[in-house]
Ligand binder design. Structure first.
Ligand code: PLP
Length: 388
């Protein structure tokens, strides 16, 4: 099997599992209890909080553990808007559904929603945000890096503009955290979401960074865990795994990215040079090292995924959450791609464990299968005739 879908999820690192095992197999106490196993759980919880905080340069008490990126995004938007005391919410058109659907749901409840367009390379222009901000804007949410096209946004500039308008700035860093340096102070974010399963940690655990002094209400109420901001017995094995995954990411990030960048360049060079009418989706620079997203109009992404799967290659077309739906990706449409171009997209997100041999093999398969599909596609013939 060749796994090229690391933006959907990453495999659990064995070193992470090793740290989790004592809390999965032995007696893992409830961190809210005062006896030995409870104290052990609390100590492990706080140690992990320190590891997560260290990866983004914040104080441990500013980290709030959640069930993952989706929950973090929901709490940030819902409670951030409430804390701001204002009505306006601004998001970009290429946000993950965890942000987009939440913002739309807030709009139905009375919020004033503005969705910012991106330029043809997939970046939010600071000027566009500046023009959209008003005295009524309560919160702005723009992702650090996009899950489909890997574009890394100019977060610092966007956060500064937001603060100048007196609003809170949230960034969904789920795809960036553990992949590229994410320092909250450098970014200027007030709220930041991350998820463990994107950096070789376990699924079902994430975090929300909340800048000290922001009166953020809980989304989930109950026993008052996480200092009243997120109730529910803490997922100690998951949190311990998240902490270790962060520690390893900090240590290995540079080496991982050097390997990924080399493979990325190889992918781009081959895919763009040997497939006619291949379109690179998203800018080539300011992009996550493991992300390749191309459109091969006339070669349906959904069909390509099945053909690749038959050869043991795991990839994606659009985001994982959109797979199975026939709708073209909202991200690619936002870049200005036609529905035909967007439906011919493939996303390959690889890791440092992939090899150049695998890249060559996958490029061979894509070239052959895309040519076969295109030879049978009337719309592709018309597309070529139209001189695209
Ligand atoms: N935000 C982004 C940018 C993502 O890529 C994802 C997952 O794919 C999420 C949020 C949701 O995170 P989780 O799977 O932890 O709920």
């Amino acid at each position: 099997m060749i796994y090229l879908d690391n933006a959907a999820t990453t495999p659990l690192d064995e070193r992470v599992l090793e740290k989790m095992m004592p809390f999965l197999t032995g007696l893992c106490g409830n961190a809210g209890t005062a006896y030995g196993p409870g104290r052990d759980a609390r100590n492990a919880l706080e140690r992990a909080r320190g590891q997560v905080a260290a990866l983004c340069g914040v104080r441990p008490e500013e980290i709030l553990f959640t069930s993952g990126g989706t929950e973090s995004d929901n709490q940030a938007l819902r409670m951030g808007l409430k804390a701001s005391g204002r009505r306006g919410i601004i998001v970009s058109a290429i946000e993950h559904p965890a942000v987009l659907r939440t913002a739309e749901s807030l709009q139905k409840e009375g919020a004033r929603l503005t969705v910012l367009p991106v330029n043809s390379e997939g970046f939010v222009e600071p000027e566009t945000l500046k023009n959209a901000l008003s005295g009524d804007t309560g919160i702005v949410s723009i992702m650090t890096a996009n899950n489909e096209i890997g574009t890394i946004q100019p977060i610092r500039e966007l956060a500064d503009l937001t603060h100048a308008a007196g609003a809170l700035f949230h960034t969904d860093a789920v795809q960036a955290f553990g992949q590229i340096p994410v320092n909250v102070d450098d970014l200027g974010a007030d709220l930041l979401s991350a998820s463990a399963h994107k950096l070789y940690g376990p699924k079902g655990v994430g975090m929300l960074y909340v800048r000290r002094g922001i009166p953020l209400m809980p989304l989930i109420t109950g026993g008052g865990q996480e200092r009243g901001r997120r109730s529910g017995t803490e997922n100690i094995p998951g949190i311990v795994g998240f902490g270790e995954a962060c520690r390893l990411a900090a240590e290995e990030m540079e080496a991982r990215n050097a390997a990924k960048s080399a493979l990325q360049e190889l992918f781009f060079d081959r895919l763009l040079s040997e497939n006619p009418h291949a379109i690179l989706n998203g800018g080539r620079s300011n992009r996550l090292p493991g992300n390749v997203n191309i459109s091969l109009p006339g070669a349906s992404g959904e069909t390509m995924l099945i053909l690749l799967d038959q050869k043991g290659i795991c990839a994606s077309s659009g985001s994982a959450c959109a797979t199975g739906s026939v709708e073209p990706s909202h991200v690619l449409l936002a870049l200005g791609r036609s529905a035909f171009e967007a439906k011919g997209s493939l996303r390959l997100t690889f890791s440092e464990h992939n090899t150049a041999e695998e890249v060559h093999l996958v490029c061979d398969v894509i070239r052959e299968e895309a040519a076969r599909l295109r030879a049978m596609s009337l719309p592709y013939e018309e597309y070529c005739r139209a001189g695209k």
